[in-house]
Design a binder for this molecule. Structure first.
Ligand code: IMP
Length: 208
């Protein structure tokens, strides 16, 4: 029987990616909203705290293993903004991208460095936490390009794919280099053990 893993997100773009990232494993990802359960408030002061509180709240509510992911875009020229507030920076993805371009209007190409960060946490029904994190470095384009992905993807140029935004990459390529892909790679041993029906033991790594 496939093991159900509850995902503490209401973001459909993230859910699609998380499903792709565990696609080789015998795990069925169900979001809190699909289960009719409320999403927890993001009251933490760091990505790691938010990932943990989301995972714990989902595990408590669904009484099963749960995955929480908290992520955001950190722009050097904006002192790390939008950072933790990436989702709340404006009303929708288009407005968030427009605000980012506006705030960087006078910033020249060489000073538009940014990174995405993702903290991920798995919480067991007994409260044990398994943690990982990932980041991808790059810069902010001067106009959106590409239609894949979600959020700020059309404006983010990974250093590893010069001239192409995240939204111009096929999903497998984004997943290979993205902050979320890297965070999930850190949780891979735990997820593999879960999918086998074994107790994962403690494979947790410190968050950076
Ligand atoms: P949260 O983790 O639910 O607080 O939301 C993080 C927000 O950061 C998202 O709503 C997006 O605006 C942005 N974000 C996080 N990861 C990505 C990504 O992979 N691509 C584009 N935007 C992202």
């Amino acid at each position: 029987m496939r093991r159900v893993l509850v995902v503490a997100t209401g973001n459909p773009g993230k859910l699609v990616e998380l499903r792709e990232l565990v696609s080789g494993l015998d795990l069925e990802l169900r979001s809190l909203s699909e289960l009719g359960l409320p999403s927890p408030e993001e009251t933490g002061g760091t990505f790691a705290q938010n990932a943990e509180l989301k995972a714990r709240a989902a595990a408590d509510a669904a009484k099963t293993w749960a995955l929480g992911d908290d992520s955001g875009l950190c722009v050097d020229a904006l002192g790390g903004a939008p950072g933790l507030h990436s989702a709340r920076w404006a009303g929708n993805d288009e407005a968030r991208r427009a605000r980012l371009l506006r705030e960087l209007d006078a910033v020249p190409a060489g000073r538009r460095a940014a990174h995405f960060f993702c903290a991920a946490a798995l919480c067991a029904p007994d409260g044990r936490l398994f943690r990982a994190a990932g980041r991808v470095d790059g810069s902010i384009a001067t106009a959106p390009r590409g239609t894949n992905g979600f959020g700020y993807d059309p404006l983010f140029l990974p250093a590893e794919t010069p001239g192409r935004t995240l939204a111009e990459l096929p999903s497998a390529e984004k997943n290979r280099l993205s902050h979320r892909g890297r965070a999930l790679a850190g949780l891979r041993p735990t997820l593999e053990a879960l999918a086998r029906g074994a107790d994962p033991g403690d494979f947790s790594r410190p968050l950076t």
